[in-house]
Design a protein. Structure first.
Length: 422
């Protein structure tokens, strides 16, 4: 019986091949473009996350307890070296380094500018952020420096313009020291970077961490190895939660209270922005699939109206209303199956084309100017099967829902009235 109903359903959906084809084409196009949009947005989210992490936070950081909340300059890790060694041994690590942060005022001549000064290990920073790659003039910080020589500093292009300095010019710094006192230092411009984010280019500067320690520690012995953060970058596809758990275990109990935070904990706004994008995609998916479902329901209703007399004959020969309901529903399921599979294949084709021809934001310089970001990357789509299945299952569910009314209407036909229908 089930085989007979399936054969009848298959025959019925192709009775009017033009109407069925139009319906299927609408389904395939809708599902295909939705799948491509999902893969593109997943790829964009990965790019967006990596771009945000490249600005400095990296994937994970270790701080003195409470530093993330208040960013007090005196809340330092007194002995970061064992922590660095422990984290460097973990699987999935791309880079580990230490940083020392402070705020103050940079000046040159009569010009001055507030500065967020970051002391870093120059050799480790290329694995932690993209600042070494953004140098437009000069060079990144040297791996070694001479404490008796000229101290190097790398500043943003906007800061260089504000202070009216060039490579080799002197910059006078007045910053808050680790003891709470004001510290002074003279650095010389070694390089100028440009991220495209005006606030960063205007306020951020980088110096070797050893040179900054000597400035901020004021010869206090316990601050001689101090760092505000141990920063860790991990492989792009490595599980963040797993790595965080491993990092917590590796840091363990130390002589001073420490906190281990990944980027999701430090910057929850990034995940909120991604979740908002996902909500928009889901709303678009519902709207598009609802429109397709209306088209499917219209197709089924037309097919039912054309076969009223046929249904009357079937009921007169002993077919139960439940069988009529099952037959019309099965026709919808077959339509949905063909449309879902076709849409999946079409979406994967669009994904493949997009992989070969990625979206190059460098062609949209006006967009970069609009949002003050240096768009120079190509964005590739990413295939996340769990998200792809949402689109395929979604259109299938909407197809089933679209069949309920036509099937219910056909089930409730009276055989006598149906036989009289012309």
């Amino acid at each position: 019986m089930n085989t007979l109903i399936t054969r009848l359903a298959w025959r019925n959906i192709w009775r009017n091949s033009r109407r069925t084809t139009i319906t299927l084409v609408a389904m395939v196009l809708s599902v295909g473009f939705m799948i491509w949009m999902i893969t593109f947005m997943d790829g964009f989210h990965l790019y967006f996350i990596q771009a945000q992490l490249d600005f400095g936070p990296a994937a994970l950081q270790v701080h003195a307890e409470g530093y993330q909340d208040d960013k007090k300059v005196e809340d330092v890790i007194l002995d970061p070296a064992p922590i660095v060694d422990a984290l460097r041994e973990l699987p999935g690590v791309e880079g580990v380094g230490t940083r020392l942060n402070t705020f103050g005022l940079a000046s040159h001549g009569n010009a001055s500018q507030t500065v967020m000064l970051v002391g870093t290990d120059p050799s480790a920073e290329p694995d932690l952020s993209f600042y070494p790659e953004k140098i437009k003039e000069g060079e990144w910080l040297p791996d070694t420096y001479d404490p008796e020589g000229r101290l190097p500093i790398v500043i943003g292009q906007a800061m260089a313009e504000k202070l009216e300095v060039e490579l080799g010019d002197r910059v006078f710094l007045m910053v808050q020291g680790l003891t709470g006192d004001v510290a002074y230092a003279v650095y010389f411009v070694h390089g100028i970077f440009r991220t495209g984010i005006n606030e960063l280019d205007k306020n951020m500067a980088w110096v070797p961490i050893d040179s900054l320690r000597s400035v901020l520690a004021a010869d206090v012995e316990r601050f001689s190895n101090a760092a505000h953060e141990v920063t860790v970058q991990i492989e792009p596809n490595y599980n963040l939660d797993l790595f965080t758990a491993n990092a917590v275990a590796a840091v363990g109990e130390r002589s001073q209270p420490l906190e281990v935070l990944n980027w999701q904990q430090m910057q929850p706004g990034i995940m909120q922005a991604i979740e908002m994008d996902d909500y928009v995609i889901y709303i678009m998916m519902i709207i598009i699939f609802a429109v397709v479902a209306v088209g499917i329901m219209n197709t089924l209703l037309m097919a039912v109206f054309e076969r009223i007399r046929e249904f009357g004959i079937m009921m007169s020969l002993g077919s139960k209303p439940a069988m009529i309901f099952k037959l019309v529903t099965l026709e919808s399921l077959l339509l949905g199956l063909i449309g879902a599979i076709g849409g999946l294949l079409f979406g994967l084709l669009l994904f493949y084309i997009n992989m070969k021809i990625p979206w190059d934001f460098s062609n949209y310089k006006e967009m970069g100017d609009l949002v003050a970001f240096d768009y120079t990357e190509k964005i590739y789509p990413t295939l996340v099967w769990s998200n792809i299945l949402k689109a395929v299952i979604g259109i299938y569910i909407f197809t089933i829902l679209a069949s309920i009314w036509p099937a219910y209407w056909a089930k409730n036909l009276k055989p006598v009235d149906a036989l009289r229908h012309v």
